[in-house]
Write a protein that binds this ligand. Structure first.
Ligand code: PEP
Length: 247
């Protein structure tokens, strides 16, 4: 099944209300380029305002708790995020795996909690620089994905994000991206059968306007998860435009 490219901005812990003007400018571009599915995951504090103000752009969260409710001070559940206006959630980002010691099992449970309230899921995986240098990257990431996948492929996307490429300005060789995405596709079809072929696999890690065309043209790359360059319309719109220009 051919699907639209999915270009998602991960704003991380960036963005006060003043940044809503950037989101609105991104949204105007998204409306002009309907060939591309565009989304932003802002800090939770901006979800409701973005949901209200944007019409052509999906709005999501960057994490959720796996439980529906309970004694988890400071956490937010998938139903709460959905009620606030989030339509999808990013789970398993390497910054959460590192900073909050999130395990594959927890990532799987978070993905299933989001699916239970019909939210989309973007499940992140990726290798460290040492794992890439030792030639184990494909093996490590395939194992990480297999252990993190939810039981069904309902509204699921995967993001391959080499940790050493995030926020560094470095990107892997196009041939390495191609090999990894091919390998991850196999993990998905092994788990979900034919449905695994329809799960979009995004690339993430220092995607910019200048390299987006080349990365998005790689076989099995169905979009991009973008950090730094998604914070402004000037940074993000050229990436959306590059996706719109793909065949
Ligand atoms: C990310 O953190 O998901 C990411 C891809 O960041 P950046 O684009 O800044 O490398």
């Amino acid at each position: 099944m051919s699907q639209r490219y999915y270009i998602v901005g991960n704003w991380k812990m960036n963005g006060m209300r003043a940044a809503l003007s950037e989101a609105r400018a991104i949204d105007r571009a998204a409306q002009r380029l309907p060939k591309v599915e565009v989304a932003i995951a802002p800090p939770v504090t901006l979800i409701a305002a973005m949901r209200e103000g944007l019409t052509g752009t999906g709005v999501g969260a960057q994490n959720c708790h796996h439980a529906e409710k309970g004694a988890h001070t400071g956490d937010l559940s998938a139903p709460m995020l959905r009620e606030a206006g989030a339509d999808f959630v990013i789970v398993g980002h390497s910054e959460r795996r590192a900073d909050h010691h999130e395990t594959n099992e927890q990532v799987k449970a978070k993905a299933e909690a989001a699916q239970a309230v019909d939210m989309g899921v973007i499940l992140c995986v990726g290798e460290s620089e040492a794992e890439r240098d030792s030639g184990e990257a494909e093996e490590v990431v395939a194992r990480q994905l297999a252990a993190s996948l939810p039981d069904t492929a309902q509204r699921l996307s995967v993001a391959y994000e080499p940790i050493w490429a995030i926020g560094t300005g470095r990107v892997p060789q196009v041939s390495d991206v191609a090999a990894m995405h091919k390998r991850l596709r196999t993990v998905l079809t092994d788990k979900y059968g034919d449905e695994g072929a329809d799960v979009r696999i995004l690339y993430g890690g220092s995607v910019k306007g200048e390299n987006a065309e080349e990365l998005l043209a790689v076989a099995e790359v169905g979009g991009a998860l973008v950090g730094g360059a998604s914070l402004t319309a000037d940074g993000f719109v050229p990436i959306i435009a590059a996706a719109a220009e793909q065949d």
